[in-house]
Structures are given as C-alpha cells and as structure tokens.
Design a protein around this ligand. Structure first.
Ligand code: ADP
Ligand code: MG
Length: 194
C-alpha cells in the first residue's frame, strides 16, 4: 500500500515560480517527500528517463491519437504530424520532450505515501492542460494543448512528470536517486492514520 513515486517539476514549473505551490499540494494531501533536488538535466539523462521501446513510444503516440478523438480537436493528426502512425508521432513527441526537459533546471523528487503513484497522478490531472479538471495542478495552472504545441514543434507544457505505474516508479527512482539519498521519517499522518 505504501508506495514511492518519482516526480519531476518540469522547466515551466520552475520558470513560473510554482515550485512551492506544487509541493504544497502534495504535502497538504498527506504525501511525504523523501528526496528532493534541483538539477539541469543533460540530454543523456532525459534520454535514459523516457523509455526507448517500440511499445512505450507507440503508447506515447496513442495517447495523442486518443486526445484528438476524445477532445474533438478540430485539426487532423495528418495535418499536425504529417502521419497517423502512433509510433511515428511518439518518436516526434519524445524528441520534443527531451528538448523541453533540458531547456532549464527541473526539480526531482521522490514522494512516498499510501497509493502514492495513483494519488500523485490524480493531483496532477490529465496530460492535456486545456482539458485537465479544475482542482488539479494542470487544470489550475496550465493551458496548453497538443495541437498548439505541435504547430510549434514542441512538447506540451504541463508542469509535472509523475511515474505512471509501479514498474515505471521503480525504474525512474533508481535512475534519479541513489539509495542513500532516500530519507526515512515519520509525518503527523503516519502517527494518526497508520
Ligand atoms: P503524462 O505526462 O501525463 O504521463 P505521457 O506519458 O503520455 O503523459 O506524455 C509524456 C509527456 O509528453 C507529456 O507530459 C507532455 O509533456 C508530452 N506530450 C505528450 N503528448 C504530446 C503531444 N502530442 N505533443 C507534444 N507533447 C506531448
Ligand atoms: Mg507518462
């Protein structure tokens, strides 16, 4: 039940001076920060962070295909990406993402708590800011959309990365932090809830 998840505050969070606001939302929900650092990531680091498997890249493209359908985006995939192939779309998005993530400092952290992987994703909100629910971080503080981003050949600016599942979390935490950098302490919630 107690999980750890990796969160990256992307360069837009840092430049928009929203670091404190984002951390406050996690902490006020009762989640525990067990590691935290600001870094300017290299291309190599970001390339290692985002998987290279055909499956993951196709999944990334498929998320875009789904958003276009779900939100009835008026332009077509063919117009915006020059292709309907989710793998090719995923490859482009991955490259834009790496450019974006290396464009300035980011904050990396590990968050621990009850069902923290799902909970953090819920607090962040859905991938496309323009359609994220109000009350979520993306829904309250960002306005971007893939059709706008793709016209400019850049990644969607949606403030935060968070691991999507247990396997991603384990792999990402290992990539960004050494074991001895993960701290252990009790919060008020540990004492009253657990
Ligand atoms: P999430 O960050 O919600 O887990 P994904 O894993 O699907 O979303 O995508 C990773 C990141 O890639 C997104 O957070 C966003 O910054 C960027 N992204 C996703 N789809 C697109 C797209 N069609 N165009 C530009 N950037 C995108
Ligand atoms: Mg993801």
């Amino acid at each position: 039940m107690i999980e750890r998840t990796l969160v990256l505050l992307k360069p837009d969070t840092v430049k928009r001076t929203l670091i404190g606001e984002v951390i406050r939302r996690f902490e006020s929900r009762g989640l525990k920060i067990v590691a935290l650092e600001m870094i300017h990531p290299t291309r190599e680091q970001m390339d290692a962070h985002y998987p290279k498997s055909k499956e993951w890249i196709t999944g990334l493209g498929n998320n875009t295909v789904k958003s276009y359908k779900e939100f009835e985006i008026p332009t077509t995939l063919e117009e915006d990406y020059g292709t309907n192939d989710p793998y090719k779309i995923g490859l482009m998005v991955r490259e834009w993402l790496i450019n974006f993530m290396t464009s300035g400092p980011i904050v990396k952290m590990v968050i621990e708590g009850l069902h923290s992987i799902k909970m953090v994703r819920k607090i962040i909100g859905s991938t496309v800011p323009a359609f994220a629910e109000p009350g979520t971080l993306r829904g309250d503080f960002s306005v971007d959309s893939p059709d706008l981003a793709n016209a400019k050949k850049r990644a969607v600016q949606n403030l935060i990365h968070a691991s999507g599942n247990k396997e991603e979390a384990e792999q990402e935490i290992k990539l960004w932090f050494k074991k001895e950098e993960l701290h252990s302490y009790k919060t008020i919630h540990d004492l009253h809830v657990l």
